[in-house]
Design a protein around this ligand. Sequence first.
Ligand SMILES: [Zn+2]
Length: 308
Amino acid sequence: MPTSTLRSALRWSSVDLPHEPATGSVPLRWAEVGDRGPLAVVTCGIHGDEGPWGALAVQRVLERPLAELTGRLRVVLAANPTAVAADRRGSPLDHLDLNRYFPGNADGSHTERLGAALTTATEGADALVDLHGGGSWCVNAFTFRFPGSEELADAIGAPFVVDMPLRPGHLAGMAAERGAKVVAVEMGGRSVDELAWRDRLADGVDRVLASVGVLAPRLPDPEPARKVEGLTVLRPSRGGVYVPTLRQDAIGTVVPEGTELGVLRDLGTMEPVETFRAPFPETALMLLRPHVTVLEGGAMTFVVGRPA
Ligand SMILES: [Zn+2]
């Protein structure tokens, strides 16, 4: 007989948010498995342009045998469905950043209603794992570590970890206020290595779920992440065609000051007009664009920091 998996035992729920003009409503779906013990909630796709990579990692975790479930697991695989569909950070219905609108407003605009529905969908969580990631145009490789929930971030096993205060309005901040341990992960995105990062993220989620008593432990502790401070965004001063020097294999690494990261070329002449270089004596590469991209001036092109 085939082994029952977590996935085969999911109980699906859905709520229709009445705001979409063409179809009338947008369904928000989530699923739960398990009847007793601590509850962990995993959310994916709060920012739509960060794509389906987190959900693919969760899908891999859900292939674990049902017999190894020791608590309750609830998953929201597309928390901002119209934003994921449009490959945009916010919903095209109102363009708001969902992760500023918790606990939401059931009578508000679409994103505010979504915030309220997700507040209900994450109710009772003992642990909240909020999966973000690079997306269609970039890759990233770090975890936000929040006060009081450090062990969750350390279980993820990202290359870098960033200490971050809890903020009201964010899903993690709201869940922490309600008594949950929380972690937010920025790992993955489109590159030729995307499935390897999905697997690394899946292992991280698996370890977090074990650390909060929802799954039987299966994996050893990860290599400790390097703590990074002084997060800095590198942006082009003008628009152009960005050609990466460092590509997907550089994400999660540390390079010396002055290392060439990429070059911006003029759209009309293809002449080089700006060179991105590592700004710190030791520069941690936390987010980068691995592909040739047409950029607007000021676009987020790298996130770098200083290893502590
Ligand atoms: Zn995000």
